[in-house]
Design a protein around this ligand. Sequence first.
Ligand SMILES: [Cu+2]
Length: 133
Amino acid sequence: MPIPRILFCVPLLALGLFLPALGPDLATPAAGTVGMAHEVFTTETLTVHQGATLTLVNNSRWMHTIGPGRDGKLTDNAAVPLAGRRLMQTNDVETTGKWNTPGTYYLTCSVHPEMTVKVIVTECGCCSNGSCQ
Ligand SMILES: [Cu+2]
């Protein structure tokens, strides 16, 4: 009598779900960067000055697909300086382009819909030519 395939599939699926959580802790992302856990960014809201960049660090053992959007739904937004979708594996670091347009934006992960971070871009003074630096 052959062994049912489900006896192999269920344990392999369980390993795939829980194995990435095992192992030593990964390095904490540097101050001023946005880290990632299993299904969350390490912050829900952050503020950047107009003309600044933002660095995302995947300090988790899970893959994330990051782009503009909310609640796992990636959308195009020309004001978000992160073109397309970014597949981020463990220890990947992604620095956006300059956030040139003041306003409120969102970045999300299409793999983990709970992962959304609000990015508030504050306007620089009238005489700084759009840069706070
Ligand atoms: Cu994710």
